[in-house]
Design a protein around this ligand. Structure first.
Ligand SMILES: [Zn+2]
Length: 91
């Protein structure tokens, strides 16, 4: 199962228009997703481009440089949104 790691980039001079610091959503962002290889169990960090609502499946090669098995597997990324809940007092 894919677990999404959301990393907020550092603010730079060009950040006035970027999705993270302007509050305006741009058309596509890239998230680093941690996926576990189904063959050897190594966690691979995979950049996933999210463009609109559709996120395509993609083939990942288990990273042999990180001690993986160099085999290909398919990931099917999806986004899960959670929400915190608060009481409204005095209503
Ligand atoms: Zn592997």
């Amino acid at each position: 199962m894919a677990k999404v790691i959301f990393e907020l980039p550092k603010m730079s001079e060009n950040c006035k228009e970027c999705v993270f610091h302007s509050g305006v959503m741009k058309t596509s962002i890239t998230l680093n997703v941690s996926v576990r290889c189904p063959y050897c169990g190594l966690e691979n960090i995979v950049p996933v481009d999210i463009d609109g609502r559709f996120i395509p499946k993609q083939i990942v090669t288990c990273d042999i440089d990180m001690g993986g098995c160099d085999r290909d597997f398919v990931i099917d990324p999806r986004i899960k949104v959670t929400a915190d809940v608060y009481r409204i007092e005095g209503v």
